[in-house]
Design a protein around this ligand. Structure first.
Ligand code: PLP
Length: 379
């Protein structure tokens, strides 16, 4: 593809930081770049605790383990998400309960959440799809009186906001991704966020193989030992060094994506007016980070036809998640494809367009002109 779906922006500072790490000879996790980047994120996102992790998948696993649930306890999530959201629930021995999406935003459908809550529901994982906030006001209203925990899957959403608050900082816990395809990257990486001191303390132990090594490094105990169940979820120092440079230019990166997002929106409006496609909907409570740009076609056949057309021109347009409830493991867990009709209907109409900070104007102009050329072919 000569116009890929995404491509990481690597600032020069990354090379300086990496050299510094190699010169120090200390490459393992919880080192100085890890600490300073956690501090930077705390200040930017206005959250009490940030723990860098080896991925968002691992941050989600940590948050599910921290629920301390018992077998049979249920966690509600949208079916239209990445496997990691559901896997984390299974890793903690809990039951995933799949929920519909709102076809305008592809975010969790609050009316369906209400239908899926049972006395066994202990948590809900809203996924802020494409960096657009879920309806957090309604979710908080539903969850707080019932003591249902909210864990935000903010894998797409660094720097995006709901009601002036950063996504990932609103619920009880939040999880970010720094995978190569995200707005702020370090190859593979993530972060666990919380304002709760006790959860943060337990999270540090889980992240460090069930030991109190973090307390030892702070000089709070004179030796470290095995204190709880845990795993190895810490971010290695060379990756934290890359992340540090990326976090410094986070808003600049989001703005560059925003310019391309606006171009797509403004120049594809004409096709929405002709009822050929639907453009993304941004609710007024949401301030997006422009993580990705998608269009929704009128049928799966039209989506596939446009995707083939763009790919034949070297443009990396692509679909997104295959719903989890109807995936082989979803079926094995007792779900049926027609359980979630809206998710089934809309996921196969969605098409993502190339979007990355260094995308050249001639390239996004080509994407739009090829979509318009395709629309003439099917007219
Ligand atoms: C909604 C969602 N959650 C979690 C993840 C997992 O992120 P990571 O690759 O950092 O583990 C992804 C990955 O793209 C995702 O899309």
């Amino acid at each position: 593809m000569h116009i890929p779906l995404s491509k990481a922006h690597i600032p020069k500072k990354v090379f300086e930081n990496i050299n510094q790490v190699f010169a120090s000879g200390k490459l393992s996790g919880d080192g100085s770049f890890c600490h300073s980047t956690e501090e930077k994120l705390k200040n930017i996102l206005k959250i009490k605790h940030v723990l860098l992790t080896s991925s968002c998948t691992h941050a989600l696993e940590m948050s599910m383990l921290l629920l301390n649930g018992k077998e049979g306890d249920e966690v509600i999530l949208p079916s239209f998400t990445f496997t990691s959201t559901a896997n984390a629930i299974l890793v903690a021995g809990l039951k995933p309960v799949f929920c519909e999406i709102d076809p305008k935003t592809f975010n969790i459908d609050i009316n369906d959440v209400l239908k899926k809550i049972t006395p066994k529901t202990i948590a809900i994982i809203p996924v802020h799809y494409a960096g657009v906030a879920c309806d957090m006001e309604k979710l908080l209203e539903i969850c707080r009186p019932k003591n249902i925990k909210i864990i935000e899957d903010a894998a797409h959403a660094i720097g995006a906001k709901w009601d002036h608050k950063f996504l990932g900082t609103i619920g009880d816990m939040g999880c970010l991704s720094f995978h190569d395809t995200k707005n702020v990257i370090c190859g593979e990486g993530g972060a666990f966020l919380t304002n709760d001191d006790s959860l943060a303390e337990k999270a540090m132990i889980i992240r460090e193989k069930g030991t109190n090594r973090a307390q030892f490094l702070k000089g709070q105990v004179d030796k470290y030992t095995w204190v709880a169940k845990g795993s190895s979820y810490i971010l290695a120092e060379p990756l934290a060094a890359i992340l540090s440079a990326e976090v410094d230019i986070m808003f600049e990166l989001n703005e560059k994506r925003g310019n391309i997002h606006h171009y797509y929106y403004d120049n594809l409006k004409i096709l929405e007016e002709k009822n050929i496609l639907t453009l993304p909907f941004l609710p007024n409570y949401s301030e997006t980070n422009y993580h990705l740009f998608f269009i929704v076609l009128n049928s799966p056949e039209q989506r596939n036809s446009l995707m083939s057309h763009l790919r034949s021109k070297g443009i990396g347009a692509t679909f997104h998640y295959i719903p989890l409830h109807s995936a082989p493991l979803g079926i094995e867990l007792g779900n049926k494809p027609n359980d979630l009709e809206i998710t089934e209907k809309f996921h196969s109409r969605l098409l993502r367009l190339p979007l990355y900070p260094d995308m050249e104007q001639k390239d996004y102009e080509t994407v739009v002109s090829e979509i318009i050329a395709w629309s003439h072919e099917i007219a």
